[in-house]
Design a protein around this ligand. Structure first.
Ligand code: ATP
Ligand code: FE2
Length: 325
């Protein structure tokens, strides 16, 4: 089965074709001229580049496709609608089924595909989302998640308050390498996390004269330790023995290192997919669309409304069993 996948929930407009493997992938990131991502401007960017990005993918892969998949949510409403409109018209044009893919589940599935881990605990850390997920009784359950903002957004906002360009995550990673640890507030509530207090405390720390390097280092150490704690507890509770890291923040090598150490100590396997599959990308939508299509999970065009608040555990996972096959 060969599926065209379209991703456009937030900053990246990206399309890919997936068959037995990735056939091709093209992306056009939206870079805000200043400040954070403006939903309407991101949607205008997506509309402006959609034909070119999808055209390139189909020119390379050929237009012999069996389905068109798109991110149906969660994400920014205007961006979601732009990608959905493109997907619907292509499904009609080629006379093939439409597949509405949950963006968070797609992050998980491309991670599972790449790592070949069957039944992992997943730390999904991105801009808008930070969740610890695991499969149980037909769904990806959210064992723990942020109660306020996503980890990536916390990093981006802190960076922006110091006039650093968007996205701030990679810049903070570089600065943190030269810093040393100073205490910042650590907030884990049961299995849940919160990052906005940490972000405010980081801003206060630089305001009272702490160095950017030290604050970046401490921000990372604190936030990542919180994520690792909840991931470890999910492993212990479920008895699973694999961990994968997905989402844009997953590109961070310190976060990868901390998870790897925790997993080694517990005798669990740890893996993170390469950067192209970590942040938002069309390949994860094409791949998840393909397994959904093979399981018969398609959506009629007239019911294909986007869902900006779509949660991972609302998806009925028709394409795998408890063992992950
Ligand atoms: P979602 O809709 O799943 O929340 P998203 O739109 O936030 O996704 P992603 O590509 O998954 O998009 O993640 C982007 C985030 O990843 C940004 O907040 C960015 O700062 C962060 N990020 C990217 N690279 C790094 C890094 N090396 N270290 C820390 N954060 C990073
Ligand atoms: Fe994402």
């Amino acid at each position: 089965t060969r599926v065209l996948g379209i991703e456009g929930t937030a900053w990246n407009f990206s399309a890919a074709v997936f068959d037995e493997d990735l056939v091709c992938l093209h992306s056009s990131p939206y870079v805000p001229p200043q400040g954070g991502i403006h939903p309407r401007e991101a949607a205008q960017h997506h509309a402006a580049v959609a034909a070119e990005v999808i055209g390139k993918v189909l020119a390379e892969a050929g237009d012999d496709i069996d389905g068109v998949a798109f991110s149906i949510g969660p994400g920014l409403g205007p961006s979601l609608r732009t990608a959905a409109t493109a997907a619907r018209s292509l499904a009609l044009k080629y006379g093939v089924p439409l597949i509405g893919v949950n963006h968070c589940v797609a992050h998980v599935e491309i991670g599972r595909w790449y790592t070949k881990f069957t039944d992992p605990i997943v730390l999904y850390a991105s801009g808008a989302n930070t969740q610890v997920l695991g499969f149980l009784n037909g769904r990806y359950r959210i064992f723990g998640e942020t109660l306020d903002i996503g980890l990536g957004n916390a990093l981006d906002k802190f960076a922006r308050s110091h006039d650093l360009p968007h996205p701030g995550g990679p810049i903070i990673e570089e600065m943190a390498k030269k810093g040393s640890y100073i205490p910042l507030p650590y907030t884990v509530k049961g299995m849940d996390l919160a990052f906005s207090g940490l972000m405010s405390a980081a801003k206060e720390a630089t305001a009272r004269g702490e160095s950017m390097e030290d604050v970046c280092c401490s921000f990372q150490e604190t936030a990542f330790a919180m994520c690792v704690e909840v991931t470890e507890r999910a492993l212990a509770h479920t008895g699973k023995d694999e961990v994968i890291l997905v989402g844009g923040v997953g590109a961070n090598s310190r976060l990868q290192e901390m998870l790897r150490i925790m997993c080694e100590e517990r005798g669990a396997k740890f893996m993170a997919p390469p950067r192209v599959y970590m942040g938002d990308n069309g390949a994860m939508i094409a791949y998840t669309g393909k397994v959904m299509l093979e399981a018969g999970s398609t959506i009629p065009i007239e019911e294909s409304f986007v869902n900006p608040g779509y949660r991972s555990d609302q998806v009925e996972v028709t394409w795998r069993n408890d063992a992950g096959e």
